[in-house]
Design a protein around this ligand. Structure first.
Ligand code: NIG
Ligand code: FE
Length: 409
């Protein structure tokens, strides 16, 4: 199947065949190469060619032609951090927070992640799959064309494996690439609150071996935070996962300066995610590493916390990644267009920086930068078309709207 997208007003993130695709850092984060009056040829779901309309060979046959007059065309979003599989919503906690309870207090009283785990235990694999599939379709319609999904609402051998099997089924049937992360270390189940080692042993001796044998996860995640998993516990878990070749992508520094960033860097994590609470020590650790900082402004927004200091990190020369953190507790939205807007208005990122943070840089955190995240020959043709949009700054500008009119995957 050969498709031509023609008359594109502005084609974003055009990379030439010999351009390296590496995370954009610091000053380079705002570089957004583009072509005007352009075309893209897709063959068998891959980008075969792109260029200016004047160089298009019109003698060729196409099975389908898409007229992108007055349209912006860009690579789809890579949402590198989500908790897409869950049983129920948690709007009751949302209302409690409005009335003054904090996220940490609700969690300490058995709400939060434990609330989701209790609901998930009673939900069948088929029901979990069906609801996650619906969410996936809606996320794709809003421009997400690659996604990462975590376990972490199981917190028992049976339920963690149930979640990961749901993610495996999604992977099998999804039109977009999916990566899975094992997040059994999301919270201590009530019965292990006083016996941390007991739950850590379950993860190491009962969950990890099955996950590895059945190849149910690509990455190992830990919620490294006061009241959740300590730095030492995180270290133990990451060492155990490393024996199975599972690289870390961890939750760090969301509620406090927990040491999460440093322990992630120490274990050569692909990414450390959240980062509401970071300062110079974390910046220094990241500068001396290949670990990518992933910022989740949707969670800061929804919990009413201060935003991640994106400007400080970029100005220090770091690469930034943006993701939705979709989950029923701290960010019930997978709308990456909204994330662009939050990043620009609240974190003072430029529209071009936000876009790079949600495409090419995000692809690097899923180790998919060699096939996704930019417009390059041979790359997957996961592409968004924005009709009557002449400038990428309109995406965050038109907040609350989805300007993406067509998504090719
Ligand atoms: O990334 N911070 C930890 N985990 C999730 C929230 C989980 C929940 O509240 O259900 C997050 O924000
Ligand atoms: Fe998360």
């Amino acid at each position: 199947m050969r498709i031509l997208i023609k008359n594109i007003k502005k084609l974003l993130q055009t990379y030439h065949s010999n351009d390296d695709v590496v995370p954009l850092k610091g000053q380079a984060m705002k570089n957004l190469p583009f072509l005007e009056n352009a075309f893209v040829i897709i063959d068998n779901k891959r980008i075969l060619d792109f260029g200016e309309m004047k160089s298009l060979n019109t003698e060729q046959h196409f099975d389908e032609e898409i007229d992108a007059t007055n349209s912006l065309v860009m690579p789809g979003y890579v949402d590198s951090h989500t908790h897409l599989v869950h049983a129920t919503t948690r709007e009751d906690e949302f209302v409690q927070r409005i009335q003054g309870a904090s996220y940490a207090e609700i969690a300490a009283n058995g709400g939060g992640i434990l609330n989701s785990a209790a609901k998930l235990a009673n939900c069948s694999e088929d029901d979990l799959y069906a609801s996650a599939w619906q969410r996936l379709q809606k996320a794709i319609a809003m421009g997400t064309t690659t996604i990462e999904i975590k376990s972490g609402y199981g917190l028992s051998v049976a339920s963690e494996l149930k979640m990961l099997r749901v993610i495996a089924r999604l992977k099998e049937n999804s039109p977009i690439p999916i990566k899975a992360s094992l997040l059994a270390a999301h919270a201590y189940p009530m019965e292990y609150k006083q016996n941390h080692q007991g739950y850590i042993d379950i993860i190491i001796n009962e969950i990890l071996p099955v996950v590895a044998a059945e190849q149910l996860a690509d990455y190992m995640d830990v919620f490294c935070e006061e009241g959740f998993f300590s730095v030492a516990e995180t270290s133990t878990l990451l060492n155990a996962a490393a024996k199975y070749g599972l690289k870390p992508k961890i939750h760090a520094n969301q509620l406090a300066a927990s040491g999460g960033v440093q322990v992630g860097v120490l274990h050569n994590a692909i990414s450390v995610d959240h980062l509401e609470c970071v300062g110079q020590a974390e910046v220094d650790a990241l500068l001396n590493s290949n670990t990518l900082p992933v910022l989740l402004p949707g969670a800061a927004y929804f919990l009413g916390m201060h935003y991640q200091p994106a400007r400080m990190l970029i100005d220090a020369g770091l690469p930034i990644v943006l993701a939705s953190d979709y989950n029923p507790g701290s960010c019930p939205s997978y709308n990456m267009n909204t994330i662009q807007s939050l990043a620009c208005t609240q974190m003072k990122m430029l529209p071009s920086e936000a876009l790079n943070a949600s495409t090419i840089n995000a692809a690097c955190t899923l180790e998919l930068q060699h096939e996704i995240g930019v417009i390059k020959k041979g790359y997957r043709a996961n592409i968004c078309i924005l009709k009557d949009v002449h400038n990428e700054a309109l995406i965050p500008y038109a907040f609350g709207e989805n300007l993406i009119s067509q998504v090719l995957v």
